[in-house]
Write a protein that binds this ligand. Structure first.
Ligand SMILES: Nc1ncnc2c1ncn2[C@@H]1O[C@H](COP(=O)(O)OP(=O)(O)OP(=O)(O)O)[C@@H](O)[C@H]1O
Ligand SMILES: [Mg+2]
Length: 244
């Protein structure tokens, strides 16, 4: 992969098994499973995506619901692996995808921060150093020893955002999470993202809001039914997609 390219996808496709019949309960599922009667339909969420993204580039991804945007981000983040094709990613990633999806709700915020750190491969020592700034940014000192299940959804998102961006990443992946939190926290999130971008991070940004895309992105791809319909400058693609 050339020096200045940080993400390279070549003929990447992603398939999910979609159950082609309605199954109402686990018992029915098990009976069908044992009889070998389970029928699945192949569903291609992404088809033959070839894409290179340069260091420092801010790439927007637009497209209708179900067009494959989140699937593409999850492939880059390593949450999913492609069914076919090759994918290379250089650098550490801050994935702002499903904030708080990895939390154990029975544990407190404090416990979850350490758990998350361990999952991300940080030492206990590093996490002790980070812990304070994570809770500071999320403004959750008052609730730090309360189980996450008693948090409001905004509080969960704040903690998720704060953890995911605690280390300045080389690649920032943002999947429609800018709407989280109250207006004050949104402003803080925007500032932190700006900091990360200004430091030269590469950004993948998904949003249904034209203004947000225009604020953040220089280049945009338009996904349609899992394929790239258009790849070009922000203004060209936004005009074609949002204003057609
Ligand atoms: N884990 C999964 N299992 C089965 N199908 C899935 C899975 N994840 C995504 N899909 C399917 O893949 C397609 C693309 O989904 P994806 O979440 O990437 O869309 P999206 O472009 O992010 O849509 P939205 O704008 O609604 O967020 C959808 O049809 C969805 O049903
Ligand atoms: Mg999505």
């Amino acid at each position: 992969m050339p020096e200045d390219i940080v993400i390279e996808m070549s003929h990447v496709s992603m398939m999910f098994n979609k159950s082609s019949e309605k199954i109402d309960n686990l018992k029915e599922y098990l009976i069908k499973f044992c009889k070998g009667n389970l029928r699945f339909e192949e569903f291609w969420a992404l088809k033959d995506i070839t894409l290179s993204i340069q260091k420092g580039e801010s790439l927007g991804i637009v497209g209708l619901n179900g067009s494959g945007k989140s699937t593409l981000l999850k492939l880059v983040a390593g949450v999913l692996s492609p069914a076919s094709g090759t994918l290379q990613v250089k650098g550490n990633i801050a994935p702002l995808i499903e904030l708080g999806a990895g939390f154990d709700v029975d544990l407190t915020a404090r416990e979850n921060v350490y758990l998350n750190g361990a999952v991300l491969g940080y030492s206990h020592r590093e996490m002790i150093e980070k812990f304070e700034s994570i809770i500071d940014f999320a403004e959750l000192w008052e609730f730090v020893d309360m189980p996450i299940k008693n948090y409001s959804s905004g509080m969960v998102s704040r903690l998720g955002f704060s953890i995911a961006t605690a280390n300045l990443p080389d690649i920032l992946i943002v999947d429609e999470v800018l709407g989280v939190g109250d207006y004050k926290f949104r402003e803080k999130c925007r500032e932190r993202m700006e900091q990360i971008i200004n430091r030269g991070a590469t950004v993948l940004f998904v949003s249904h809001d034209q203004k947000q895309v225009e604020e953040v992105c220089s280049r945009v791809i338009w996904l349609e039914k899992g394929r790239i319909r258009m790849d070009g400058t922000c203004s060209d693609v936004c005009r074609a997609y949002f204003e057609a």
